[in-house]
Design a protein around this ligand. Structure first.
Ligand code: SAH
Length: 265
C-alpha cells in the first residue's frame, strides 16, 4: 500500500485568520487530523466531514496521549495510506515538540512536511500593541520557556545571562513561575522599573493584557487572576502598548477546551 504523508501544521495562536494558506489547504484535504489543546476548534470545521479528528489534548490532569503515543498514531495512520495533519498551536517547532514528531516520522520512513505557523511568541505581543523590536527601544529579542524553575542553578534557560544581554524577553509557559522569573531577572541586574506585560489568551475574544514593571507585575497578575495560556513580555517595548493597543476581539468567538473535545471523532 502507498504510504501517506504527515504535515506538521502550525495552527497559529488562536485567531483562525492567522492560519496559513498552505495550512488551510492541508486541513481541507486531510483524512486524519491530530490536534492539540490550544488549536482553535473552528479550524477543525474546515476539515472534510468524514475526516477523522483526534484530540491529543494535553490538558493537565485529564486523559492525554503521551508523546510516544502521538508519534505512533501519526505513523500508523500514514502507513495506512492516509493524509495526516498534525495540527499544533502557534508554530510546530516553537516549544511544540514538533522536532520529536518529525524525528519519529523519519525513523519510520514516513514522508512529511512542515508548515510554519504564527507563533504566540510574536502574535501575543503584536495583538497587545507591542512590537518585539523597535529601533528606539530594542534590537534583540529572545523567546524562552519557563517550564523549569528559573531559580535552579542547572536550569536549561540561562536566565542570569539573558537578563541583561537581550532587550526584549518573551516568556512562554511562564505564568505559574512569574514571581521566580521576576526575582531571577532582578537579581541578575534587570532594573525593577523594567516594563512587563502579560498577554492572556491572545488573539481570541478573551484576550486580556496586564501591564506593570518587574517591581509590580506579580501583584498586578494576582489581582487580575492571570491564568495560562499567557505570554510574558519583558522590556522597554512594552511601553508602546498603551499607544498601539488595537485589538478588540470583534467578531472572534471565544473557545474553550470543552469545545475541542466535542469535535473529536
Ligand atoms: N508552539 C506554540 C507554543 C506552545 S507552548 C507557539 O508557537 O505559540 C504553550 C505556550 O504558548 C502557552 O503556555 C503560552 O505561553 C503560549 N501561548 C499559546 N497560545 C497562546 C495564546 N493564545 N495566548 C497567550 N499565550 C499563548
Amino acid at each position: 500500500m502507498r504510504v501517506g504523508r504527515v504535515a506538521l501544521v502550525g495552527a497559529g495562536p488562536g485567531d483562525p485568520g492567522l492560519l496559513t494558506v498552505r495550512g488551510l489547504e492541508l486541513i481541507r484535504a486531510a483524512d486524519v487530523i491530530v490536534y492539540d489543546r490550544l488549536v482553535n476548534p473552528e479550524l477543525l470545521d474546515e476539515a472534510r466531514p468524514d475526516a477523522l479528528r483526534i484530540s491529543a489534548a494535553k490538558r493537565p490532569g485529564a486523559h492525554r496521549l503521551s508523546q510516544p503515543q502521538i508519534n505512533e498514531l501519526l505513523v500508523i495512520h500514514a502507513r495506512q495510506g492516509r493524509e495526516v495533519v498534525r495540527l499544533k498551536g502557534g508554530d510546530p517547532f516553537v516549544f511544540g515538540r514538533g522536532g520529536e514528531e518529525a524525528e519519529a516520522l523519519v525513523a519510520a520512513g514516513v514522508p512529511f512536511e512542515v508548515v510554519p505557523g504564527v507563533s504566540s511568541a510574536i502574535a501575543a505581543p503584536a495583538y497587545a500593541g507591542i512590537p518585539v523590536t523597535d529601533r528606539r527601544y530594542a534590537s534583540s529579542f529572545a523567546v524562552v520557556t519557563a517550564t523549569e524553575e528559573p531559580e535552579r542553578s542547572d536550569a536549561r534557560v540561562r536566565w542570569e545571562r539573558l537578563a541583561t544581554s537581550v532587550d526584549t524577553l518573551v516568556v512562554l509557559m511562564g505564568v505559574a513561575r512569574l514571581s521566580s522569573i521576576v526575582a531571577t531577572l532582578e537579581r541578575a541586574g534587570r532594573p525593577a522599573a523594567t516594563p512587563v506585560a502579560i498577554v492572556v489568551r491572545a488573539t481570541t475574544a478573551a484576550q486580556r493584557t496586564v501591564v506593570g514593571t518587574l517591581g509590580t507585575i506579580v501583584e498586578a497578575a494576582e489581582a487580575a487572576a492571570v491564568e495560562s495560556p499567557a505570554v510574558i513580555v519583558v522590556g522597554e517595548v512594552v511601553r508602546l502598548s498603551e499607544k498601539l493597543s488595537w485589538f478588540a476581539g470583534d467578531g472572534l468567538a471565544d473557545f474553550a477546551d470543552a469545545d475541542l473535545e466535542a469535535r473529536s471523532t
